[in-house]
Design a protein around this ligand. Structure first.
Ligand code: FE2
Ligand code: FE2
Length: 496
């Protein structure tokens, strides 16, 4: 007779036994579990946020896979990709290059939970999370492989994380740190609860909606299929936070505050430009700021309140940065476009500019004047002046350009000396993150540090591009060949 799940689940999910050949502390070292000072019994309170058996899991995942496979077949027969707006194609290049290996790193992180998490229930459900992440990485590779014949940029789905491209270094810096090199408890808070539960909604829900609108049905389906898994396994951060709150609430606050800021800065670079500049105007569903407020800010505040935590001390700075930071990053990324493996869309035609001013009332004051300069140069054929000759200063924590977290009038470079070396930061918040655990970050050389140290040769922009692995076939240029700038010619019939 086949037992019902409820008849056996209680025994199966709590699978643990007393070790007799090794000490418990040797099999589950604090360095891996992160359980420093939290008594072993405390983890009995760790309740699964969802119940799943292997049989149920496989049945549901099989359905999802069948759905994705159907879309993939239809895509191969149709000409969806060839007809896709070039600036939206850039979104898919950026997404594939930036996220495929994050999924793969998540496989390793969840594999570590499955072995070292301090609760048997947690170890049990992490196996499912690990299987999820294998699926995600493989789906990205599969879709990118299908599209490789149209654009060699899809090669970067696999290649990006093995290169020194600066934006990828910024992402890798976060992921190496929090996914690969952090104990189970801190990783569950930083990655599951903050990065996945909060921020991946941006990439997977918002971009999926935009992708559907923009006619990229395959990409939209892929994102949605992945998000259903993320929404489930991201839940494991909550019971972990609950246990930690009883034993070390200060640590919980610190880990969440550091990871929230670091996640936010990354999404400002990755998702902000994709939503507010690359997605064709008539296909946009919400601005980056609106989406952040609805899906990330509300949710994060609720979580903090529910568990008795405070808002991060930098909340006002965060809200100001939400208004400005991704515009600064977008402008910088467009200007340094040869250093990207996708073609950024400027997204500042007259009608797009009205949308930006409508969504961000201070946009014109901060960024309009800089774009006007670029527009003048483009329209007078002075292209060399729209291109970089040097590198921007980079933050030693976020690895992002300094001067990209607030508006144009508040460019700041924050410094701090540590063991005789001067470190540079994009904000007081990034400096504060560094100061929480200086040894965690000290010693790393960012791209500019390496350039100055003579590790990149020849020591000019061409040497940097070569070092980043950027070949002419993928190197970024304006997505629509500067056609938007013609809007500003004196005799232009503006579309807007
Ligand atoms: Fe994933
Ligand atoms: Fe995930």
């Amino acid at each position: 007779m086949l037992l019902d799940r409820d008849d056996w689940y209680g025994v199966a999910h709590d699978l643990e036994w007393s070790l007799s050949y090794v000490e418990h502390e040797d099999a589950f070292p604090d360095a891996w579990t992160g359980s420093n000072g939290i008594p072993r019994e405390a983890w009995r309170a760790w309740e699964e946020p969802f119940r799943v058996s292997y049989r149920d899991y496989v049945a549901v995942q099989r359905e999802k896979e069948a759905g994705v496979a159907g879309v993939r077949d239809a895509l191969k027969r149709s000409r969806v990709y060839q007809n896709l707006h070039p600036s939206f194609a850039a979104v898919s290049h950026l997404h594939m290059g930036a996220t495929c290996m994050i999924e793969q790193m998540a496989v390793m992180m969840l594999g570590r939970f499955a072995r070292f998490a301090p609760s048997p229930r947690w170890r049990n459900i992490s196996v499912f999370g690990m299987l999820d992440e294998i699926r995600h990485a493989q789906l990205d590779l599969l879709f990118s492989h299908d599209l490789l014949k149209y654009d060699s940029r899809f090669d970067w789905c696999q290649k990006a994380f093995h290169s020194n491209e600066w934006a990828i270094i910024a992402i890798r810096s976060f992921c190496d740190d929090w996914m690969l090199d952090t104990n189970c408890i801190d990783a569950a808070l930083a990655v599951n609860l903050t990065f996945e539960h909060g921020f991946t909604n941006m990439q997977f829900v918002a971009l999926a909606a935009d992708a559907m609108e923009a006619g990229d049905v395959g990409f939209s389906n892929l994102l949605s299929s992945i998000q259903t898994d993320e929404a489930r396994h991201a839940q494991q951060g909550f019971p972990t936070l609950e246990v930690l709150m009883k034993h070390d609430p200060e640590r919980a606050q610190r880990v969440l505050d550091v990871s929230f800021w670091r996640s936010f800065r990354l999404f400002q670079a990755m998702t902000g430009p994709a939503m507010d500049y690359y997605t064709p105007l008539d296909r946009r569903t919400m601005s980056f700021k609106e989406f952040m407020l609805e899906w990330v800010v509300d949710q994060h505040e609720r979580t903090l309140r529910d568990y008795g935590l405070k808002r991060p001390w930098y909340w006002d700075t965060f809200l100001q940065s939400l208004e400005h930071g991704h515009h600064a990053l977008h402008l910088g990324m467009w200007f340094w476009r040869p250093t990207l493996f996708w073609k950024p869309s400027a997204g500042v035609s007259k009608v797009e500019r009205r949308w930006l001013n409508d969504k961000y009332p201070s946009w014109e004051d901060s960024w309009g004047v800089l774009w006007d300069e670029i527009i003048q140069n483009v329209n007078h054929g002075r292209m060399a002046q729209t291109l970089p000759e040097t590198l921007p200063a980079l933050c030693n924590l976020t690895q992002l350009p300094i001067g990209t977290h607030l508006d144009r009038h508040h460019l700041e470079c924050v410094t701090r000396e540590h063991h005789g070396r001067m470190y540079y930061f994009d904000s007081e918040v990034s400096k504060w993150c560094f100061e929480q655990e200086p040894e965690r970050y000290a010693g790393h050389l960012n791209v500019v540090d390496r350039f100055v140290a003579g590790l990149i040769q020849p020591a000019d922009l061409s040497g940097v591009l070569q070092w980043m692995g950027l070949t002419p076939d993928v190197m970024g240029d304006d997505a629509v060949d500067y056609s938007w700038a013609r809007d500003y010619l004196p005799d232009a019939q503006s579309a807007g």
